[in-house]
Design a protein around this ligand. Structure first.
Ligand code: ASP
Ligand code: MG
Length: 401
């Protein structure tokens, strides 16, 4: 088998941790597998480098930031190769460029354009473990680029696809994806399997485990991902293509997003094009609008409500203020959260939403906004009910048994 391993910051956070990753890799190699290992910078390292740059400039050149930040991953790659060589395993460390990774030119947030796996393949064929510095590539001009925070996951998935690897195992300090956040509901269970689409909807549960962009790419290129812990030998969670028997399971997990704000714009002049103008402006400012509700209008005026990430509130305020001649008052409510019920089984079962609403009603939790997709029901509720809502839903869909 050809397997790609990816080790995140905490998994390589100290020399002892790198040593322990080396023994894990050596074991898998000795079992007769071919192996490419993608590594992150040691934990805290990327932030430390950003701090160094900010000592000189609040707004450092993005090109030089890529020069700087890409070094963190190179340190880990070289150290892991040295540790492996010392234990008698033939290994070679490569930068993104040496591994054949080409990107576009958006410094600090580059997209992978192509991977030429020849150099990696040559080393694999020579029996070596290939260690690749994650999170980086080069652009057309040969300048170093980085792929955005958490980008080593993306490197790993793209490399796995280019080499047609059997699996891409993502190691962190969490042993898989749970039915909900175990800190909120201790009865949460680790899933054996979850589909790409469910994983993307449950992003808030996987956020510390898998970078979202990497799951999107894995879905597109059909790369089987496995989320595992480098601190234990537990099985992990497979993220893969949906299969038919999965529809037997109604709901897979309950996600919670506390980083939500609800915006209400009152007395919006009700004329064709006003919603288009407001939401185009918000989109131009890269503000992610999620749920939208518009009430029936009275006297030529209507109320418009929507949700955005809390962190984008002040930018959204500025955008909406520019419409002051078309709107009455606006208010922002940060004390809301979004709970989502996710499962591919919803596609073929009815009444899943009604069950959620009944459960909320029984706990006297008011649902302020609702949105649904084929595999998800999301509700905006007061943030103080977040924990209660998650536990109630986890229980009502029997995720704890
Ligand atoms: N070191 C980079 C970061 O902290 C990339 C990664 O860890 O995947 O964002
Ligand atoms: Mg990371």
């Amino acid at each position: 088998m050809l397997i790609v391993h990816k080790y995140g910051g905490t998994s390589v956070g100290s020399l002892e941790r790198i040593e322990s990753v080396a023994s894990r890799v050596a074991k898998v190699k000795k079992e007769g597998n071919d192996l490419v290992v993608v590594v992150s910078a040691m934990s805290g390292e990327t932030n430390k480098l950003i701090g160094f740059a900010n000592h000189f400039s609040e707004n450092p050149s993005k090109r030089e930031m890529d020069m700087l930040l890409s070094s963190g991953e190179r340190v880990t790659a070289a150290l892991l190769a040295i540790a492996l060589q010392e234990s008698g395993v033939d290994a070679i460390a490569m930068t993104g460029r040496q591994a054949g990774i080409k990107t576009d030119s958006s410094h600090t947030y580059a997209r992978i354009a192509s991977i030429d796996p020849k150099a990696m393949q040559r080393e694999i064929d020579a029996g070596r473990v290939v260690i690749v510095a994650g999170f980086q590539g080069i652009n057309e001009d040969g300048a170093v680029t980085t792929l955005g925070r958490g980008g080593s996951d993306l490197s790993a998935v793209a490399i796995a696809a280019s080499l047609k690897a059997d699996a891409c195992e993502i190691y962190s300090d969490v042993d898989g994806i749970y039915t909900t956040d175990p800190r909120i509901e201790p009865k949460a269970k680790k899933m054996d399997f979850i589909s790409y689409d469910e994983m993307l909807e449950l992003a808030s549960l996987g956020a510390k485990v898998l970078q979202n962009r990497s799951v999107e790419l894995a879905k597109k290129l059909k790369v089987k991902m496995i989320a595992k812990s480098s601190f234990s030998d537990a099985e992990g969670t497979v993220i893969g293509e949906e299969s038919e028997d999965m529809e037997a399971v109604l709901v897979s997990g309950i996600a919670l997003d506390k980083n939500q704000a609800r915006v209400t714009i009152r007395e919006v002049i009700d004329r064709p094009g006003i919603a288009a103008e407001i939401f185009t402006k918000l989109a131009d400012e890269q503000i992610n609008v999620d749920m939208i509700i518009q009430n029936a209008s009275t006297d030529g005026k209507t109320n418009l409500g929507f949700t955005i990430p809390q962190s984008e509130s002040s930018r959204a305020k500025a955008v909406i203020e520019a419409f002051d001649h078309d709107i009455g008052a606006m208010d922002f409510d940060d004390s809301v959260c979004k709970v989502s019920v996710v499962g591919v089984g919803m596609k073929s079962h009815s009444g899943v939403a009604a069950t959620a609403f009944r459960a909320m009603a029984k706990e006297s939790i008011n649902i302020e906004m609702i949105s649904t997709s084929e595999i998800k029901i999301s509700m905006i509720i007061a943030e103080k009910y977040a924990g209660l809502a998650v536990r109630t839903l986890h229980n009502v869909y029997e995720l704890d048994i």
